[in-house]
Design a protein around this ligand. Structure first.
Ligand code: NAD
Ligand code: IPM
Ligand code: MN
Length: 356
């Protein structure tokens, strides 16, 4: 199989974890006889430094012409007060590619279940996915205004936007444990009242899938107390952002959780849920697992390469089982040494006769 993958390394730990991703993709090419063209493009703060804007036109063109996009992370204190911010580029990218469905699976690897604040038995029950609406809501709605003494953000959702993401969640639930939890703030927000109404309507088309509604404040508590009750969570942009970082605590570290963002065109983007971690950048301290799992999601969901994706997942688990881990999980491995261990495990586990 031959594919072109646009690589947006970005800022902070972005380039370090992108390096890990490329090594794993290069080994996958050799072991499973594929050809991946890895095309680097400028994005985020790095692009601001190069050409004054976080999302250059050339980067957009490359993404549109690619088979999938892989993103490290963007942002950092250097650009926090600039007029052009890296985060603005990330939102523009999601919008330009129409990446409305952000899928964030939350699983607890058995080897590190003891790091979760939950009792180990409850940690083993955690198998859910957050489906976050990614191109609407308070992130994008107009007007957004700022004067010296007043600031305005607007939160708008259309029926069509809600229907599209809730449909996505129900279809995903049909392939899983057939339960959707829709999270909103329908006791206060008009947009949430519409969200709930539309979720009910969509649910009528999926009689085999159970729908429950939760208010976001109660959901924040339930995620920690009874995480085993969730299968597919569907929620709006900002709630999904916050709840997914909260959920990362269950997995032991923010450095563990990957994501996929899907569009209606078939083009998808894959990125860890975490940011550029300026506090540990440049020291080879970053946990590459979220990034490598994002690579696995790309192989499976964009290219249909199930076996290859599973090989990456298995290699990560076996390295964790051997006790090796990065600092965020209480270990002493560097980004580079942990990645090398994953590569070694992939080599060892590759089926004989497949490129070795
Ligand atoms: P962050 O996710 O970058 O970091 C939060 C904490 O988690 C930090 O202590 C960090 O060291 C740790 N952490 C994150 N990823 C890790 C990893 N892979 N391994 C080990 N530890 C890890 O969030 P923040 O500090 O609030 O934001 C920093 C910058 O990142 C900001 O500019 C923010 O806007 C940006 N950001 C970007 C993205 C993205 O690119 N998609 C996502 C979130 C935040
Ligand atoms: C994420 C990040 C982004 C978001 C920021 C950096 C714009 O937190 O990808 O989760 O809020 O969506
Ligand atoms: Mn976030």
């Amino acid at each position: 199989m031959e594919k072109t993958i646009v690589c947006l390394a970005g800022d902070g730990i972005g380039p370090e974890i992108m390096e890990s991703a490329k090594k794993v993709l290069t080994l996958t090419e050799r072991l499973y006889e594929h050809r991946f063209h890895l095309q680097d493009e400028a994005f985020g703060g790095a692009a601001i430094d190069q050409c004054g804007q976080p999302f250059p036109a050339k980067t957009l063109e490359a993404c549109l012409a690619s088979d999938a996009v892989l993103l490290g992370a963007i942002g950092g204190p250097k650009w926090d007060n600039a007029t052009e911010r890296p985060e603005k580029g990330l939102l523009a990218l999601r919008s330009a590619l129409g990446l409305y469905a952000n899928v964030r699976p939350v699983e607890v690897d058995e080897a590190v279940a003891y790091l979760s604040p939950l009792k180990e038995e409850s940690a083993k029950d955690v198998h859910f996915v957050v489906v976050r609406e990614l191109t609407g809501g308070i992130y994008f709605s107009q007007p957004k205004e700022r004067t010296a003494d007043q600031a305005t953000d607007t939160l708008t959702y259309t029926r069509k936007e809600i229907e599209r993401i809730v449909e996505y969640a129900f279809q995903l639930a049909q392939t899983r444990r057939k339960k959707v939890t829709s999270i909103d703030k329908a006791n206060v927000l008009e947009s949430s009242k519409l969200w709930r109404e539309v979720a009910e309507e969509v649910s009528g088309r999926y009689p085999d899938v159970q729908l429950e509604h939760l208010l976001v404040d109660a959901a924040a508590m339930e995620l920690i107390v009874h995480p085993g009750r969730f299968d597919v969570i569907v929620t709006e942009n900002l709630f999904g952002d916050i709840l997914s970082d909260e959920a990362s605590v269950l997995a032991g570290s923010l450095g563990m959780l990957p994501s996929a963002s899907h569009s209606e065109t078939g083009l998808s983007l894959y990125e860890p849920i975490h940011g550029s971690a300026p506090d540990i950048a440049g020291q080879s301290k970053a946990n590459p697992i979220a990034m490598l799992r994002s690579v696995a999601m790309m192989l499976e969901q964009s290219f249909g390469l199930r076996e290859e994706a599973q090989a990456i997942e298995n290699a990560i688990s076996s390295v964790l089982r051997s006790g090796r881990r990065t600092g965020d999980l209480g270990g002493t491995e560097t980004t580079v040494s942990f990645t090398d261990a994953v590569l070694e495990a992939m080599e060892e586990q590759a089926p004989v006769g497949r490129g070795r």
